[in-house]
Design a protein around this ligand. Structure first.
Ligand code: ATP
Ligand code: MG
Length: 414
């Protein structure tokens, strides 16, 4: 039957078969992040539009083209969150977390929204797992954050992952570099895409990100910021690298790395995965020492990352097998249904996964269904009050002790 309604463009339903693989990704991340002392935070699905305009940056693709913005009935402009960092920094300030022991280490998982052209690995509602380590400038924090994402992808078994690492320097030292870069771009304006040309003076770094052939040619000879790093910026980057080297984490220095958000300073990184094709980034992040001040708070250094759950699943390309059931309670006679439900509740309370027939099947149909849902045992209730226990792997059947069903079903191991 053709359905009259479909999920909106760029969105999808997570059906049970896919939900299991997702649950494994989320549980793996929760374990890794909790063991490193990250605590979970949840912020609303929408925020004041201004938070993202200020926090993500007006010159970014996200703010220029990708936000789902709407007006509420009170005339306020709201936006479905396109990313998690600005909202978490907002929460950090709103709840006075700068007064806590620093750094404050927060992690999150949930849906994000960007109005993009849907394609494999790119949706309008997608899900990220992320962390923010707020309140320290230490290069150890950058390295630890990177190591945690590396661990997560490793433990999940994401194949062919490569870590790209770069540094944007601090906001001050970056200015000198940006002037140099702008001069280079102006000198080659004729070869640039219109999009890049229009933004030379607003966001020249984005030129490194362009797919446009002429632009790529111009960028091949452009000065790079990694080469221009000086003083404390250079030392900071060297320490991040030394820490990663000590931890045995492989990376490539990528002087062309830029990220789609304006707030990054110093370390930036991206985990790419060749299995992903065009949307090759599985996750990434960086240091954003200027953001909290930008949002009206005290100068507060911080570093964080986000990884796309759909891109992880795409790269893994595997489904999690259904968990199966400990048991199924079949009734030989419809009069036993209430008793079956009572026994199922008792067994569930004892920790077993047990189902009863809810569809009025005959005995043959019940056994078939028990097999379909992967039940290891079937308890068959007879009209005279006795019961049989059938082992679904061997097909053996024996009389069950109805006074002690939990032990019967677990072999006394419950
Ligand atoms: P891309 O270059 O692929 O657009 P991005 O730089 O916009 O990525 P971030 O803002 O850093 O991505 O988001 C972090 C992660 O979130 C990405 O690495 C990716 O895994 C995921 N992600 C971003 N946008 C989408 C989307 N539209 N659909 C699915 N996942 C996404
Ligand atoms: Mg993007």
């Amino acid at each position: 039957m053709a359905s009259r309604y479909q999920a909106p463009r760029g969105t999808f339903d997570v059906l049970p078969d896919q939900a299991r693989a997702r649950a494994r990704v989320e549980a793996t991340a929760a374990g890794i992040l909790a063991r490193a002392g990250y605590e979970s935070i949840q912020t609303p699905s929408f925020e004041d539009t201004d938070l993202f305009e200020r926090g993500v940056g007006r010159s970014t693709d996200i703010v220029r083209k990708e936000m789902f913005t709407f007006e509420d009935k009170g005339g306020r402009s709201l936006t479905l969150r396109p990313e998690g960092t600005a909202p978490i920094c907002r929460a950090y300030l709103e709840h006075g977390m700068h007064k806590l022991a620093q750094p404050v280490k927060l992690s999150y998982v949930g849906p994000f929204f960007r109005h993009e052209r849907p394609q494999a690995g790119r949706y309008r509602q997608f899900h990220q797992i992320g962390l923010e380590c707020i309140g320290t400038a230490s290069p150890l924090a950058d390295a630890e954050a990177i190591m945690l994402l590396s661990d997560l992808l490793g433990e999940l078994g994401v194949p062919g992952v490569e870590l790209h690492l770069g540094s944007l320097g601090s906001l001050d030292s970056r200015k000198a570099y940006l002037d140099e870069l702008k001069a280079h771009l102006h000198a080659h304006e004729g070869d640039l895409s219109a999009d890049v040309r229009e933004r030379i003076d607003v966001n020249p770094l984005r030129a490194f990100d362009s797919d446009h052939e002429g632009t790529r040619g111009v960028m091949a000879s452009a000065p790079t910021i990694v080469d221009a790093l000086e003083g404390e910026d250079g030392e900071h980057f060297a320490e991040v690298r030394a820490q990663l080297d000590a931890a045995g984490i492989a990376y490539v220095i990528d002087p062309t790395l830029v990220r789609g958000l304006d707030y990054y300073t110093r370390t930036i990184f991206s985990f790419v995965c060749d299995a992903l094709g065009a949307q090759s980034e599985v996750g990434g992040g960086g240091r954003y020492d200027g953001l909290i001040e930008q949002l009206g708070g005290p100068a507060t250094p911080a570093v964080g990352w986000a990884v796309g759950i759909e891109r992880i699943l795409l790269a893994l390309d595997e489904e999690e097998a259904a968990a199966g059931r400990d048991g199924f309670i079949a009734v030989g006679d419809p009069g036993q249904r209430q008793r079956a439900m009572a026994i199922a509740v008792e067994l569930r309370n004892a920790g077993l996964a047990v189902e009863v027939d809810l569809a009025g099947r005959g005995m043959k149909g019940q056994l078939k269904h028990a097999d379909r849902i992967g039940a290891r045992q079937v308890l068959i209730l007879e009209a005279d009050g006795s019961a049989q226990l059938r082992d679904m792997t061997t097909g053996e059947q024996r009389v069950a002790d109805t006074g002690n069903l939990v032990d019967e079903m677990t072999g006394g191991e419950a």
